[in-house]
Design a protein. Structure first.
Length: 47
């Protein structure tokens, strides 16, 4: 059974990702290419 998250989240949550995490996500998004052909989507990771 899925949980129901109806309680409010605290406002004092401090989210500070590591520099390595931010760098990884930025590099991944730069390398990702999405090609639309007719009604199909192709994802290519250009490494």
């Amino acid at each position: 059974m899925a949980k129901i998250y109806s309680t409010k989240t605290p406002k004092n949550i401090n989210l500070k990702p590591k520099d390595e995490t931010v760098s990884f996500l930025l590099n991944y998004s730069k390398a990702l290419s999405v090609i639309n052909y007719n009604k199909l989507k192709f994802e290519a990771l250009l490494n």
